[in-house]
Design a protein around this ligand. Structure first.
Ligand code: FAD
Length: 247
């Protein structure tokens, strides 16, 4: 899977600070320089003041100002299983690659078992991989070879059958019914910094599945470049806290 930052609020932490300061100023902030807006906040430099205010907001659960900073990410090659998990988050906007207008008729079914078109879970080839709620432990080499065979054959056959249905004139949006839930999809998603922290609370957590957890970590790395004070603070002081409301 690949994750890229497509577009984002250009100076997110100035917007967050201006929004937060607005709540406590009698003056109209838009007609003041950012330095003037931040003058009453502790710190030697403007950067220090931003850090003071943002840390204070996050430590005190004052999350509203973080809704003004928005980012759009482009994800390549997540499984449709992972997409079903991600799209449960209702304050995120999505565009999802269509299986009506995109037909995977040029994919070689023989390459599907090697990761073409369908995501291969690590447990298909790693004998030591143990699922979170799995009763058994690691398996031997013979078992893992069988797993690899069964998984590879199943996905190759599914794609070959899908392509045969296309050749028989079935519409792509109907032929897709035989494709595996691991079939890859490209997704564009937009969300604000507050929601990003909420998604990370739930999806970077240890009980989340490896694929969405990996995607979330990639999104967090990009967010730390885009909105550094906020996401450095999130990483250091908030990540892995117990989510209180869901699931
Ligand atoms: C490890 C894991 C396992 C899961 N297993 C399952 C499962 O087996 N089955 C299943 O169905 N789901 C499952 N989920 C999905 C989970 O239950 C949530 O539906 C999903 O993560 C969306 O998160 P959210 O509820 O915080 O809502 P979001 O859409 O992310 O909304 C963010 C917040 O906004 C508020 N909010 C949004 N909409 C409403 C509303 N209508 N009313 C009130 N408050 C609202 C809530 O405070 C919510 O926390 C799982 C999630 C995880 C992380």
């Amino acid at each position: 899977m690949k994750v890229a930052l497509l577009e984002a609020t250009p100076d997110p932490e100035e917007v967050i600070c201006r929004a937060a300061r607005n709540d406590y100023m009698s003056e109209y902030g838009a007609e003041q320089s950012f330095a003037d807006v931040m003058a009453d906040i502790d710190g030697e430099t403007l950067e220090d003041r931003k850090r003071t205010l943002i840390s204070h907001l996050l430590d005190h659960g004052h999350f509203g100002p973080f809704e003004h900073a928005q980012a759009t990410f482009h994800v390549e090659g997540m499984s449709r299983a992972c997409m079903a998990q991600l799209t449960r988050h209702r304050h995120v906007s999505f565009d999802v690659q269509s299986m009506r207008y995109v037909a995977f008729d040029d994919v070689d079914p023989a390459a599907v078992g090697d990761g073409e078109l369908v995501v291969t879970p690590p447990s298909a080839s790693d004998p030591d991989w143990i699922g979170r709620n799995q009763q058994g432990g690691a398996v031997d080499e013979e078992t893992i070879e069988k797993r690899e065979d069964v998984f590879g054959n199943a996905v190759e056959r599914a794609v070959a059958d899908y392509q045969e249905l296309l050749d028989l004139g079935m519409p792509p949006e109907d032929a897709r019914f035989v494709l595996p839930i691991g079939t890859k999809v490209n997704v564009v998603m937009s969300l604000n910094a507050r929601m990003l922290m909420h998604v990370a609370d739930m999806r970077a957590a240890a009980d989340s599945q490896w694929e969405i957890r990996g995607m979330t970590e990639d999104v967090l790395d990009l967010a730390a470049e885009w909105c550094p004070i906020t996401f450095e603070h999130y990483e250091a002081r908030m990540k892995n806290r117990k989510n209180r409301l869901a699931p």
